[in-house]
Write a protein that binds this ligand. Structure first.
Ligand code: ZN
Length: 206
């Protein structure tokens, strides 16, 4: 494991920590998410899950309840939310189980109530998991890609429900067909762009 420190400065500087397994690049965000929301006066309308692995969903049930919002995942995600073997939490001595998700399907649009011009399109990108999605903001050229693709590599397809062929097809047919300047924000790397990753190809595994 390694610890990635993120100093957050307001009146004081306080650190957030990402606690990450270097092999799988999976980990936890410790402490600051709720405090950041409060400090920055963000109003969260919904919590969106790119897929059901526990390092992306742990804490979400509690956070959703505290913020009085719903959380959303692709309709294939039910098994991952309910089964500690599928969501991998059992391997880290945890039992992450979520019971109150709302479900999304390919082609859905999620619109911000406060500004209907802000919308995310749901693009189903199975492969890392069968419930993996990209949340794509066409107007701003932004895509949240979860663990499907990273800066310099592609997702792992060897966990339960993973499929390497599907993963490559999702990247080639659904991510690489977005405009090349689209910025990709992944679960475990720096941001990158469609053009950069397309030039690199889909053969480098992390
Ligand atoms: Zn994952």
């Amino acid at each position: 494991m390694f610890v990635d420190m993120v100093p957050v400065t307001d009146v004081f500087t306080t650190n957030s920590y990402f606690y990450i397994d270097e092999t799988t690049r999976h980990g936890f965000l410790i402490e600051r998410l709720k405090q950041i929301i409060k400090d920055k006066n963000y109003v969260i309308e919904k919590i969106l899950l790119t897929h059901g692995h526990f390092d992306h969903t742990g804490g979400v049930e509690v956070l959703a309840r505290e913020l009085s919002v719903s959380y959303y995942i692709h309709e294939n995600g039910e098994k991952f939310l309910e089964d500690v073997h599928y969501n991998l939490s059992i391997h880290c001595n945890r039992r992450v189980v979520l019971n109150n998700a709302k479900y999304l399907k390919d082609g859905d649009t999620i619109t911000l109530e406060a500004n209907p011009n802000a919308k995310l399109q749901v693009i189903h990108t199975p492969g890392h998991t069968p419930d993996s999605v990209v949340f794509y903001d066409k107007n701003n050229g932004i895509a949240f890609v979860g663990d499907t693709i990273f800066k310099g590599s592609i997702g792992n397809s060897e966990y339960p429900g993973g499929n390497g062929q599907e993963l490559r097809a999702s990247i080639i047919n659904k991510i690489f067909t977005l405009p090349p300047e689209t910025v990709l924000y992944s679960g475990h790397s720096d941001k990158t762009t469609v053009g950069t990753e397309k030039a690199r190809g889909v053969n480098i595994r992390r």
